[in-house]
Design a protein. Structure first.
Lengths: 183, 193
């Protein structure tokens, strides 16, 4: 279960330290790397997270990982704290919130764009530029292809949804016809 | 009652004595056909005394008897007269009633007819109201059914139309159409700002 309050608390603390040390991007990369490591090695994640194993053993395992990955001391301390407080399970959420803080700090917004067909680079840049004008932030595009849209595209930035798909237009036409507002 | 019994006893005795003396005289007369005046006188005296005694003894009771009898008869007559008057009165009353009976019967019939008419009006009015209500309900149901059918038809038409449009679009949409849609999207985003 996601515990956003806990994730927010740890992520903010880490971000403040990173800003003071000027290592915002580095901590972000290390966090993302750890999450990826646990995702690709569920057994390792289980050992690190499970309270069935002794805390000292889990810290020792993580210490060897940290040494081989050459993690920063702050990141090692954070992971030991998470092991001690049994919060390793919230690592992915901490990473997500931390990434959000990085984006906010860099005035960056992430746009998930779904298009019916594959868009060329120029079109993507034009869309990103228009979204930058709209939000006033630098847009990082996460592009997906969705043939179900039939035509056009849909952009999602946080809670904001901009729908220019043919599928939605057809849906709207159908609802209008059902209400008898056309003809 | 006791006095009356005494008087009756005396009267019976006197009658028996007179009869016995008469019989004695008759039996003697059977043997001798000559009249014995002394004997006759004695017998007469006997009879007179007997008669006087009877009159003396029976005068008052008989008088009383007859007076009471007369009073009884008078009372009975008065009573009967009164009953007759009452009967006459009742007779007159019944005659009067009989004479007004037809009128009363007519009045009662008229009242019943009037009540029946009122009841008839009420029943007709209630039936008309019920019929009006049923008519309104039926019209409402018909309108709802029509509305529902129309909506259902519209939905079906909308689904079929949009499905057909979707098929046509999927088959005929070209790259330039996609480009145009992207440009429209960009224009709308800029406009939204």
């Amino acid at each position: 279960m996601k515990n956003l309050i806990i994730a927010k608390r740890y992520a903010k603390a880490l971000f403040n330290l990173a800003r003071e040390e000027g290592k915002i991007e580095q901590y972000g990369e290390e966090l993302a790397g750890l999450v990826q490591l646990f995702d690709t090695n569920p057994e390792l994640a289980n050992v690190i997270q499970s309270p069935l194993y002794p805390e000292a053993a889990r810290e020792a395992i993580f210490a060897s990982i940290a040494t081989s990955a050459n993690l920063t001391p702050i990141m090692k301390s954070l992971m030991n704290l998470l092991i001690e407080k049994k919060r390793v399970v919230n690592l992915a959420e901490i990473k997500d919130y931390y990434m959000g803080l990085i984006d906010e700090h860099a005035n960056v917004a992430r746009a998930k764009i779904s298009a019916a067909v594959e868009l060329d680079e120029k079109a993507v840049q034009q869309v990103a530029a228009s979204l930058e004008k709209l939000t006033g932030k630098k847009i990082v595009v996460d592009l997906h292809q969705d043939p179900e849209l039939i035509g056009g595209l849909v952009a999602r930035i946080g809670d904001l949804v901009l729908d220019g798909s043919v599928r939605t237009q057809l849906f709207n036409i159908r609802e209008t016809l059902k209400r008898g507002e056309l003809g | 009652m006791r006095m009356r019994g005494t008087y009756l006893g005396l009267v019976t005795f006197a009658v028996m004595a007179t009869t016995m003396s008469g019989l004695a005289w008759a039996s003697e007369g059977g043997g001798h056909h000559e009249l014995n005046w002394w004997d006759f006188f004695l017998r007469l005296m006997n009879f007179a005394i007997m008669l006087g005694l009877l009159i003396y003894l029976l005068k008052k009771p008989l008088g009383n008897f007859f007076v009471s009898r007369r009073e009884n008869i008078q009372n009975t007559l008065i009573e009967l007269e009164q009953k007759k008057l009452e009967a006459d009165k009742k007779c007159a009353e019944y005659k009067a009633k009989l004479s007004t009976l037809d009128k009363e019967v007519g009045q009662i019939i008229a009242e019943y007819v009037q009540e029946g008419e009122a009841e008839k009006s009420k029943i007709i009015e209630a039936a008309q109201k019920q019929a009006e209500y049923l008519k309104q309900q039926a019209q409402l149901t018909i309108q709802q059914e029509i509305k529902s059918a129309r909506e259902s038809l519209q939905e079906e038409i909308a689904d079929l139309t949009v499905a057909a449009a979707e098929d046509i679009l999927r088959k005929n949409i070209k790259a330039k159409d996609q480009d145009r849609l992207v440009q429209e999207f960009i224009a709308k985003v800029v406009e939204a700002k």
